[in-house]
Design a protein around this ligand. Structure first.
Ligand code: GLY
Length: 384
């Protein structure tokens, strides 16, 4: 099958690897030849790690394409559930790679959302100290964010607490193939959750040299087209986000830039609040929904600190609503519990939270240890 439109290619160059993100409709049947072209020798074996809930024809299309390029395929279907993004699943995956004797230059192909990409990427990073990983994201969220930039990870549980991505490795993919045709089977709720990350990117674009111009306005204008699943609009919004992310990770692959420089930490806008509410009992939030709430909380914190006016809070809440995302938590959430959880975030430095805060539209900065009253105002803005 020929791609339905000419694909867009965004190159990513980092110290850990250079690769293309190819975005288009109907790309999965070209997966095998594209992977084979990247291998030093013939493509003889690949492990296809996929979301067990993906439609059969999507998985079959990827597998068949890899087979047609000469690879014997080992298929591993995983349940995409946060509670199973853990050591046990990573161990299961490592046993599968070992059992089929995957060699150093033979790839792991991840087909699914961010959770599958993170787990498969983590296994690929540590198996034999690193084998190639190919990311084939099938959710909007994974296409615009998780599949690009080389972050992989698993959650760690301590008692009742699930600490997200507490263990992981940087492992850049060799190729990212984003086929927007796979979004056809993505539930509406997950499509909306992906838009939260697009909105996040639009809110930091003014602080990222190399980001597409006018991203905030363009993103605002694209939301309805994405919700209508217009393939051209989906390709556009993904390409803007990937271009921005490529610029960020090219300059700060490992998130080590100082706070004043912003760097990769800017991509955490909305995430410190978001991670704190995502696993709150009684909320049942998708990651993107939690990030959307986090964006509103961060904008409100900026306002409380005098870094932004009410117009920014209104703009962010308006974008979140336009994307059909929740702008408040379900009743019952407790501000104290959320503030407490924020102390557990990975981005905590010396026991104090570091927050990314949006300023005027399109700009953002990293703030170490913001006053708790301002952070509390952010949390109150999303209480139900
Ligand atoms: N999702 C944030 C990052 O890749 O750094």
């Amino acid at each position: 099958m020929l791609p339905l439109m000419h694909p867009r290619v965004v190159p990513v160059t980092t110290p850990g690897g250079a690769y293309d993100v190819v975005i288009g409709a109907g790309l999965l049947p070209s997966l095998g030849p594209r992977v084979a072209a990247l291998c030093p020798g013939p493509l003889t074996r690949a492990v296809l790690v996929h979301d067990a809930a993906l439609p059969g024809p999507t998985v079959a299309s990827a597998a068949e394409s890899l087979r047609s390029a000469g690879a014997r395929i080992e298929q591993v279907g995983l349940v995409a559930d946060e509670s199973r993004k853990d050591w046990a699943s990573a161990g299961e995956l490592l046993r599968a790679l070992t059992a089929c004797r995957l060699e150093r230059d033979q790839p792991v192909v991840a087909l699914g959302g961010g959770l599958i990409g993170d787990l498969a990427g983590f296994a690929a990073a540590v198996y034999r100290r690193g084998v190639p990983v190919i990311q084939c994201p099938t959710t909007l969220l994974a296409m615009v964010d998780a599949s690009v930039g080389g972050k992989t990870g698993v959650n760690v549980r301590i008692g009742e607490d699930l600490l997200k991505n507490m263990a992981g490795a940087f492992h850049q993919p060799r190729l990212v193939l984003a086929d927007v045709a796979t979004l056809g089977s993505l539930p509406d709720r997950h499509l909306r959750a992906g838009l939260a990350e697009c909105i996040k990117h639009a809110l930091i674009a003014g602080s990222v040299p190399g980001a597409p111009a006018g991203m905030l306005e363009r993103t605002r204008g694209a939301i309805a087209g994405v919700l209508a699943r217009d393939p051209g609009v989906c390709v556009d919004i993904i390409a803007w986000s990937v271009t921005l992310k490529a610029a960020v990770v090219a300059s700060d692959e490992r998130e080590t830039a100082p706070d004043h420089a912003g760097g990769r930490a800017l991509l955490n806008l909305g995430h410190t609040f978001g991670h704190a509410v995502e696993t709150l009992p009684g909320q049942d939030l998708l990651h993107g929904e939690a990030v959307g709430l986090g964006l509103i909380a961060a904008a409100t914190t900026s306002q409380a600190l005098g870094l932004a006016g009410t117009a920014l809070v209104d703009l962010v809440r308006g974008l979140i609503r336009a994307a059909g995302l929740p702008d408040r938590l379900a009743p019952g959430a407790d501000a104290g519990a959320i503030l407490d959880r924020m102390g557990h975030d990975k981005k905590v430095s010396a026991g104090r939270p570091r927050l990314v805060l949006p300023r005027e539209a399109g700009r953002a900065g990293v703030h170490a240890d913001p006053p708790v009253e301002a952070v509390r105002a952010g949390v109150r803005a999303i209480l139900g």
